[in-house]
Design a protein around this ligand. Structure first.
Ligand code: ATP
Ligand code: MG
Length: 182
């Protein structure tokens, strides 16, 4: 028997795990949604200083897609010259931006890119994140990406996919590739 459609509202999606594909999966959803005339906003919580290919292509999707780069670059690794406090401020600003975008009520999907990792690193308070997820407008879907998604968020989510690394070219010394990794 066909299952009853219990909700026409938005859902909460989590892409987590140690394998590649979390951010790109969320962009895949965005591409699909925009094709239906929906509007998508993506707020980046951590990385902000790499010139990703998607920055260029997403510009072409404005105003259906809005990208906000709020994060401060890689944290703790590779050339991180920001103080921890700076990362905290940047992540909090990103969360404030998400709240503002929610209150505008123009987006159908908001992608909180790397937010799971920001919570894991202690840049954000889990309670603050949970509050925002729970208080979202009914029709709005959220996509939370980043490894180490915490149990509370997984419990709250409707769709959770764990990207599991089977192989990654990095492990045999192949550096990040333009068009595939950034
Ligand atoms: P992508 O943005 O490619 O979808 P992701 O969002 O799953 O990747 P992040 O943790 O955000 O992964 O890391 C982003 C960058 O790190 C990308 O350049 C990606 O190729 C690389 N990366 C992701 N997973 C791995 C891995 N298991 N080993 C090495 N590099 C990785
Ligand atoms: Mg990512």
């Amino acid at each position: 028997m066909e299952k009853e459609n219990v909700s026409n509202g938005g859902i909460v999606i989590v892409y987590t795990g140690n394998g590649k594909g979390k951010t790109t999966a969320s962009l895949g959803v965005a591409l699909r949604a925009i094709g239906h005339g929906l509007k998508v906003c993506m707020v980046q919580f951590i990385k902000g200083e790499w010139h990703y290919g998607e920055l260029n292509s997403l510009k072409k999707l404005e105003p259906d897609f809005e990208l906000i780069v709020a994060g401060k670059g890689f944290i703790g690794i590779i050339d991180d010259d920001h103080a921890f406090e700076e990362h905290v401020r940047a992540a909090k600003t990103a969360l404030d931006i998400v709240e503002q975008k929610m209150s505008l009520d123009i987006f159908d999907i908001i992608i909180l890119d790397e937010i799971n990792y920001a919570v894991h690193l202690g840049l954000l308070n889990l309670g603050d994140v949970m509050k925002i997820v729970k208080n979202r407008p009914k029709h709005l879907s959220l996509i939370l990406t980043g490894n180490y998604a915490c149990d509370e968020i997984i419990l709250l989510a409707d769709l959770v996919t764990e990207m599991k690394e089977i192989k990654h070219p990095y492990k045999k010394g192949i550096k990040a590739k333009r068009g595939i990794d950034f």
